[in-house]
Structures are given as C-alpha cells and as structure tokens.
Ligand binder design. Structure first.
Ligand code: PLP
Length: 440
C-alpha cells in the first residue's frame, strides 16, 4: 500500500537537507510520477511543469527513448572507471564535437564541476590566473564556481577563491551605464577592456559568461555583444568560456545560445539539457588548440565518475531525441507564440515592466511602476505581491520558478500550443491579481 504523502514529506524533512532553504521553511511537493510536461503529487494533483524542473528536463518527463537507453546500458555495463574507454563515452564526445564545432570533451557530474574544470583548464593552457566573470551570473555551488558567480548566493562563502574579477552585464532594461540599447556604444563590452587593462592583460586567463544569463533574469545581449566580446578576447589572448548549462541544448532553439550570434567560444560548459536530467552529467568542451596542448601536457584533473557510461548513454539518446523529434524546431515555433503572449502581457498589465525571451527561455520582470521601473520586490528579496503571484500559480498547479521580482517561463521543449496556452492563461490571472493589489 502506498504511504501517505504527509509521511513521505516528513521523512524527507527529518532526514535530508533541502538546498537553498531555511529547513523549517522548506515546503517540498511529493512527486510521484510524471509524463511529458506534467507531473503528479502524492495527493493526485496534476501539475504543469512550466520550469522543466530546474530548467533541465528539456525532452520532458519519462521520455521512452532515454529510459530505454539507460536500461540497456545498465544491463550491458553499469560502470567503468574514468581511465577506461567505453562505447557511449566516445560516441558522446564525437557528437558534442559535431554540434559545437569544438574538439574534445571532459566529462563531469554537473554544471558546477564543469565550470571548476573549465577555469582550471584555462589556467593550465594560458599560464595566467585571473578569470573575469559578470555580476548577474550563476555558475554553480562549489567553491570556485560559487565565487565565479556574481549572484548573492556567493555572499555567504566569500572570500571564496582568489583571482575572480567581476564586470557588469548586458542588462539593457536597467543599463548599468545609464544608456539605451539604440544609443549606447556597448559600454557593457568597452568597460571590460578597461578592466582588462587595469588588471593586466597578461594576468587574465579567461572571460567566463553564461551564454544567455539564466537565473539572474534572462539577459539577452544585443546582437553585436558576442562578436565584440570575442574580438576583445582575441586582442588580448584571453579565452572565452561560455557556460551553456542552462541556455544550451535547445533551450533557445539551438545547440548553443551563442550560435545565434555567429561566434565560437574556446571552451563551452554544459550539463542540464545534456541528459535532460535523466542522469547526472556535465561537460567541458574545448577547442582544437586546447585539446592539442593537452597532447603533451598533463591534464591535472579527474573525477571517479567522469565519463560514467550510463550518463553518457543517456546523453547520446537524449541528443538524438532533440534531432529525431525536431524539438529545436518546436522550440522556435512555440517560442514565437510565447513571445507574442509575453509582449501582450507587457502591454496589458501595469506590473509587467519587461519581458525577455529566446526560444522557450523567458522571463517577466515585474515592477510597481512602469515609468520609474521600481521593482515589484527588491534585489535579493521578496514582497507580498510576488508571494501572491507565486501562491496563485501553486494553487492552480502551475510549477514556475520565481525569484526577486521575476517570473520564469521555461517549459520542456516538447510542449504543444494548447499546454503553453493553458499555463500562460493562468499566469495572466496571477498578473491581474498583482495589478489589483498595486491599484488598491
Ligand atoms: N551554470 C548555470 C548557468 C546554471 O544555471 C547552473 C545551475 O542552475 C549551474 C551552472 C550549476 O549547475 P549544477 O547545479 O549542475 O552544478
């Protein structure tokens, strides 16, 4: 007989720690099963997963082809150490080289470890120490990746690792240089050059940026941002590392979000959509010159589970689902509808200050006043209005990620028009409630 949900939740709370939570305030949903864009809780409620869990379950829940590949690999060979060659490891490396235009992959267990290793590889390859990152960024919760993040989540672990230098972001709605996108001279890039000069170009190994910033507000850069950043890196012999953990693998309709901008990074890190979360896996994908360097120089790094055969098999199957089921095309088509709806919300609701999107990667930035752009909740804080919105979505069983004054809409890439409309209609009902609160 199935145990009551309350018992399962209590056991989880009694014996496990929940991330990013004051434990007494953790309020987990007991998930019992899932399919496609939906999951069910222990009380039988059906939830729309408008967040793809942690913006990772891109092919949707319980995809039969990925499940089958995992089962087959478990039966054949469940584990091989990282110094062994296996069929799925080689296949996956080859596929990643093909879709990114880079050369070789080093496998990790997730995104934070991928960024740790990318920074280490950049330091080994260049012989330089410093890494430039951006303030509005998240690169993972291990010590190095957490320091590399600009996000407030780094504050409790400061001072963290040495050698991280932070710069401002291409945040056009609230330009840190007080400009507008039409009249600016891309100070978001030119000030990086000034920072490089002040720090000493010969000391800087890499600039590491999220392909498109995810959990700090979906900051879609202007079209010429990446070409300018690439040129800056080339000018000073600095490597460009793009963290595609959240923005990669179809989330924006392409393998990598930087493919929208026609540039090639020197190192790409990825995780999440690499396996759609079915197995833990991350990768550091490096260019040919970096791969060549390690032909005759030691790669000082390793992990017991690097190249785990079951994770690699899950990734190979997951990547073929993207292609066989034309999920990037679906992302583009549904993404166009999502964009139209978000733009309409911006026109209709007083509390919607800005909407930003690329494919099925999107955010609504909420304000108290469109003219002053006063945020609906303070940076690193919340407000009764944000809590009302989040509570309303939960009451309607729409699972969506909200943080500070922002609400993300990032459904699995298999979503259809009807499912997308269903979720967006409920979000609109929530926005109407916020507008009512603001008008009262
Ligand atoms: N990089 C980015 C852009 C992320 O969004 C995340 C996680 O949300 C990470 C890195 C860390 O990945 P993981 O949680 O797999 O360590």
């Amino acid at each position: 007989m199935e145990r009551p949900s309350s018992e399962v939740i209590q056991e989880n709370r009694d014996y496990t720690l929940f991330s990013w939570s004051v434990q007494s305030a953790a309020n987990p949903i007991h998930m019992t099963r899932a399919q496609g864009v939906w999951f069910w809780d222990g009380d039988g409620n059906k939830w729309l997963d408008f967040s793809s869990q942690l913006i990772n379950i891109n092919v949707g829940h319980q995809h039969p082809k990925v499940l089958e590949a995992i089962k087959k690999q478990v039966d054949e060979l469940c584990f091989a150490g990282p110094s062994f060659a296996t069929e799925p490891r080689g296949k996956l490396g080859k596929k990643l080289a093909e879709v990114t235009g880079l050369a070789k992959s080093f496998f990790t267990l997730g995104g934070a470890e991928a960024n740790e290793n990318a920074m280490k590889i950049a330091r080994l390859f260049t012989g330089r120490d410093k890494i430039i990152t951006r303030y509005r960024s998240y690169h993972g919760a291990t010590m190095g990746s957490m320091t590399a993040s600009g996000d407030p989540r780094r504050w409790p672990v400061e001072p963290g690792i040495p050698g991280i230098v932070r710069v401002f972001d291409p945040y056009c709605y609230r330009c840190p240089f007080g400009k507008t996108v039409d009249s600016c001279k891309r100070e978001c890039v030119s000030h990086i050059e000034e920072v490089i000069q002040m720090e000493g170009p010969h000391t800087i190994a890499a600039i590491m940026v999220e392909g498109i910033t995810g959990s700090n507000g979906l900051l879609v850069p202007p079209d010429d941002y990446y070409p300018k950043l690439r040129a800056l890196c080339d000018k000073y012999g600095i490597l460009l590392i793009t963290d595609e953990v959240m923005s990669g693998f179809g989330r924006t309709g392409k393998w990598l979000s930087t493919q929208h901008y026609g540039i090639k990074p020197d190192i790409v890190t990825c995780a999440k959509g690499l396996t759609s979360g079915y197995m833990p896996l991350g990768a550091v994908i490096v260019s040919q010159p970096i791969a060549d360097y390690f032909e005759n120089n030691m790669l000082w790094g390793g992990l017991t589970y690097s190249g785990h055969p079951v994770s690699c098999a899950a990734a190979v199957a997951n990547l073929s689902v993207y292609e066989e089921e034309h999920l990037f095309e679906n992302t583009e088509v549904q993404g166009r509808y999502l964009a139209e709806r978000l733009e309409a919300m911006k026109r209709k609701y007083a509390c919607v200050g800005d909407v930003r999107y690329k494919g099925l990667f999107s955010v609504l930035e909420l304000v108290r006043d469109k003219a002053t752009k006063e945020p609906l909740a303070p940076f690193n804080g919340t407000s009764p209005q944000m809590q009302k919105l989040a509570g309303y979505l939960k009451s309607k069983y729409v699972y969506a990620f909200s943080r500070f004054n922002m609400l993300w809409v990032c459904p699995p890439l298999v979503i259809d028009r009807e499912e997308l409309k269903y979720g967006l209609d409920i979000i609109e009902e929530g926005l109407a409630l916020v507008d009512e609160m603001l008008a009262a």
